[in-house]
Design a binder for this molecule. Structure first.
Ligand SMILES: Nc1ncnc2c1ncn2[C@@H]1O[C@H](COP(=O)(O)OP(=O)(O)O)[C@@H](O)[C@H]1O
Ligand SMILES: [Mg+2]
Length: 223
């Protein structure tokens, strides 16, 4: 089966090698698979997502996404613009812009047509229940609405791979369930690949596969 993400023996440290964070991580994710990356805080989940997306450089090892070599190719920015969506733990939306303006940023950055973007924006906003909030500034939105908005933004370019870093971590229990269900529905309906970092076993159990990390290493892999 076609591999969407291929990580091989990746090492990553910070502070000139003084803080070793990823210690020989290897991971393959098949196209269309929904996997949970689990482990306690500090084990390296966010760093691994950043390495997969090319936002962080590796010390050694190989990373490929959709056939692109993330480590060496200068096409990394194209990869981020066209093939990868990212939902961060704390939305990272611009608070003084409206939700609609925020969501159009990835489209404009990738050279998409605004008219196509508006259609897509309304579809996704309706699916996530934030259509009535599109013209509000982000700072006026609730936590749940911001995370829904961040999901809309991440899907604007219909990425093949969606990376989500504790996407519901900042929400209360009721909103967490709702937003997570929505995320899974959107990804499954489109046959997209999802890598979700979470420390929540309930959320992990609803993914196709769970990969457990501990202290910078992959400890176990189960279906
Ligand atoms: N930019 C950085 N500089 C120094 N240390 C970092 C940096 N980013 C992450 N770390 C350290 O790497 C370890 C793993 O962090 P992280 O990948 O955020 O783990 P997780 O997402 O599993 O909580 C932590 O000890 C963290 O302090
Ligand atoms: Mg993290």
């Amino acid at each position: 089966m076609e591999q969407q993400v291929w990580v091989e023996n990746v090492w990553k440290s910070f502070d000139r090698g003084r803080i070793e964070v990823l210690k020989g991580v290897s991971l393959g994710v098949t196209k269309g698979e929904i996997i949970a990356l689990c482990g306690t805080s500090g084990c390296g989940k966010s760093t691994l997502l950043n390495v997969i997306s090319g936002l962080e450089e590796v010390d050694r090892g190989d990373v490929r996404v959709s056939g692109y070599n993330v480590v060496t190719e200068s096409t990394r920015i194209d990869l981020l613009r066209h093939h990868i969506g990212y939902v961060f733990q704390f939305h990272h939306l611009m608070s003084d812009l409206t939700l609609a303006e925020n969501c159009l940023v990835p489209l404009i950055a990738s050279g998409g047509r605004r008219s196509d973007g508006m259609v897509r924006l309304h579809e996704l906003a309706a699916a996530t229940g934030v259509e009535h909030r599109l013209d509000r500034r982000v700072r006026e939105l609730s936590g749940g609405e911001r995370q829904r908005g961040a999901i809309v933004r991440s899907l604007m370019n219909d990425p093949e791979l969606l990376l989500c870093d504790e996407p519901t971590g900042a929400l209360d229990e009721r909103n967490r369930e709702k937003v997570f269900d929505l995320l899974l529905d959107l990804v499954r309906a489109r046959g997209r690949t999802l890598v979700l970092a979470t420390h929540d076993p309930d959320l992990a159990s609803r993914c196709d596969r769970t990969v457990r990390m501990r202290d910078g290493r992959i400890e176990g892999d189960s279906n």
